[in-house]
Design a protein around this ligand. Structure first.
Ligand code: SF4
Length: 679
């Protein structure tokens, strides 16, 4: 098992025990004023979990290159102290670590402290939809200084105790902006043709090489920009060869820009899709006689099995995984020991990681809410001895609480009102592309059984349970939410069901469905109801359906929907509440499936023929439907709380039962963790 993953490898002078690299992630821990404690604890835990080489989140080589207020700058004294302690913590845990050198260019946020007078700079003054700004064009002086900044960054990495550096040259950041005709309109020695457009990355690589001779240097280049006007495939191949000649010890290959119309890291993308572009880079190196240079594939791998498949097929030498190490720091160790079922899989939701990395909130993980808080929540049994706790509710908040209590060394019993565990998370697991949500629930349940924690399904905690509840030392209340049934004329008709009923039996719904509600649950339901055979696309099918070529991509091709679905909302945006990195993908899929959305409607009544509404123009109309699904809101479940109060037991609440405002699964699992620690 994993024979190709667990082969030793080398990047320059660095000898690595296997072929999995932990890819860079910005964490918003970098600029915390905690002496680097959180950052060091985060990386040390992943080194201990078996990552061969950890690449840090991007450290800006100059204040102008910072991607936001949460970024560290390599020249900053306090950040250097944090970096030094992270490197030494990783070494103490037996790992190796590379510092990623970063410059955001036109992706720097205007007005962020540290940018050049509030105006980001870039090769040319081309507006960015991502940062919502037009950068100023770099002068020859800016370019020379920035090349030197990268070199100084590499020297700093070596001085601070790092084992390597990675130069960030992909994903649409500054270096990548030089190689793409879209963002490099220059006609001087830094632009105008392919050779001059690649001059900046090559000069950066040369300067870094000269600054740290013999020090391992990875260069992360873009294998496919996936934007119109992106770097053409031939230029990408030529860049790879030029970087090899300039002294790179490995090429890590990323794909996509933040402005790309093609999803790259969302759940809808089949794992392993992007390896094809890393293989193109390797082919170019082989053709140039530099096939010895290691190439690292990245983006959207969440199981070691995917890495094994790609490595076994040949054409790449390493696989970088980033978010899977947030979800489970020990993914490598568990997989090496044959315990793949015990891995907490990254479900590619992006809700606690990528979405937060664009702001200032600390990055964490939906399935591992300890991520980013390792220094706060230690591992191992709590003091005060072993106690006996109940968890009421086996949704994702309750399951997280139960696991945490077990980790703390306690005995746990879980009570769930429904006949199946998982709550809303289980519903999401039915949606195409979200099968790993359902796997997460199964994994939690299997773990409860393995650790001897009884799970009582179909047991709704109520007034009859007073004596039972008093047998526990405390309770985590995570009984979740119930769908709200709006008081509309006709809402008791037999063709009207709530979203929970629709998820429970989607096959019973007719060919035309009207959904009252347009939030995340309604969007998920629309995906489920319009999906055809339920088969996930293969990487090749995904690439074909997005017409992806080397430098650009055409929009999604429409698929034949299984049903005619209409989503309706009184106000706000359809899919509001879905994270920004995922919402646009979900909405483009809805469009492709022909889902109609009506926003600004007033509901008048439900009939056997559908829903009568007054639309945004004030016109009365019938939205014809065989079934009407109510997905217009939720309210906290109340009976269990009342029962706990009556029993007089100590309890802590987590998840939807604490309130539905801003409720999502990230909040639910974080509250599950914290409630268990508070007991
Ligand atoms: Fe993966 Fe979601 Fe965790 Fe991010 S928050 S690492 S996408 S499971």
């Amino acid at each position: 098992m994993f024979d190709h993953v667990f082969r030793p490898g080398a990047i320059g002078a660095l000898r690595l025990p296997h072929r999995i690299v932990m890819g860079a992630m910005h964490l918003n821990l970098e600029a915390l004023e905690d002496g680097g404690e959180a950052l060091a604890a985060f990386y040390a835990e992943r080194a201990g979990g078996g990552a061969a080489l950890i690449v840090t989140g991007g450290t800006a080589v100059s204040p102008a290159g910072a991607g936001g207020p949460g970024y560290g700058v390599v020249g900053d004294t306090s950040h250097r102290a944090a970096l030094r302690s992270a490197a030494s913590a990783v070494h103490a845990a037996g790992g190796t670590i590379a510092l990623q050198l970063f410059h955001a260019g036109r992706y720097a946020l205007p007005g962020v402290a540290g940018t050049d007078g509030g105006a980001p700079f870039a090769p040319s003054a081309v507006y960015s939809r991502f940062s919502r700004t037009t950068p100023r064009e770099m002068t020859a002086g800016d370019i020379a200084r920035t090349v030197a900044d990268f070199a100084r960054g590499a020297e700093a990495a070596s001085e601070l105790g790092f084992d390597a550096v990675e130069v960030m040259g992909s994903e649409g950041y500054l270096i990548n902006q030089f190689t793409a005709p879209l963002t490099n309109l220059r006609e001087d020695e830094w632009g105008g043709d392919a050779q001059r457009r690649r001059r900046f990355p090559v000069e950066v690589m040369r300067a870094v090489r000269a600054a740290v001779p013999g020090f391992p240097v990875l260069f992360r280049m873009s294998g496919a920009d996936l934007v119109e006007g992106g770097t053409p495939a031939d230029d990408t191949a030529a860049l790879a060869v030029a970087l090899a000649e300039a002294g790179a010890d490995a090429l890590a290959v990323g794909v996509g820009w933040h402005e790309s119309p093609v999803p790259t890291v969302q759940a809808q993308v089949p794992p392993g899709t992007w390896a094809v572009f890393a293989k193109d880079v390797k082919r170019a190196l082989v053709a140039a006689g530099r096939g010895d240079l290691p190439v690292i594939a990245s983006n959207r791998f969440n199981r070691l099995a995917h890495a094994e498949e790609v490595l076994a097929a040949g054409g790449v030498d390493f696989v970088a995984m980033a978010r899977p190490f947030l979800a489970d720091p020990a993914i490598v160790t568990k997989s090496r020991e044959g315990r793949t079922d015990a891995v907490d899989l990254c479900i590619a939701c992006n809700e606690a990681c990528i979405d937060r990395s664009f702001g200032t909130e600390r990055v964490s993980c939906l399935v591992n809410p300890r991520a980013g808080y390792e220094a706060e929540f230690g591992r191992g049994a709590a003091g005060g001895g072993r106690r006996r706790y109940a968890v009421v509710g086996a949704g994702i908040a309750g399951l997280q609480a139960a696991r945490t209590l077990l980790d703390l060394g306690h005995d746990v019993e879980v009570f769930e009102a429904a006949c199946e565990p998982g709550g809303q998370f289980r519903m999401a697991g039915q949606v195409p592309g979200k099968a790993d949500f359902a796997r997460t629930v199964r994994h939690h349940v299997a773990e409860l059984a393995e650790r001897g924690a009884p799970l009582h399904l179909g047991h709704r905690i109520g007034p009859q349970d007073t004596a039972l509840l008093r047998t526990f030392d405390g309770v985590v209340l995570a009984s979740g939410v119930l769908p709200v049934r709006p008081a509309l004329p006709g809402s008791a008709l037999p063709n009207v069901i709530d979203y929970a009923q629709a998820f429970a039996a989607p096959h019973t719904l007719g060919p035309r469905v009207a959904v009252i509600g347009g939030g995340g649950i309604a969007v998920d339901l629309a995906h489920l109801l319009t999906a055809g055979n339920g088969q996930e696309p293969t990487p090749a099918e995904f690439l074909a359906s997005h017409a992806v070529t080397g430098g650009s991509a055409a929009p999604v091709r429409p698929a034949a929907p299984a049903r005619e679905v209409t989503l309706m909302r009184r106000g706000g945006r359809v899919g509001a509440g879905i994270g920004p990195s995922t919402r646009w993908v979900a909405l483009s899929q809805l469009r492709a499936a022909g889902v109609r959305t009506l926003v600004g409607v007033a509901y008048e009544e439900i009939t056997r023929e559908g829903v009568v509404v007054r639309d945004a123009e004030g016109e009365r109309r019938l939205v014809a439907a065989d079934h009407v699904v109510l997905a217009a809101g939720q309210e906290p479940e109340r009976d269990a709380r009342a029962a706990l109060r009556r029993a007089g037991v100590v309890f802590e609440a987590a998840g939807g039962v604490t309130g539905t405002a801003g409720l999502n699964a990230v909040r639910a699992t974080a509250e599950g963790l914290r409630a268990a620690h508070r007991l």
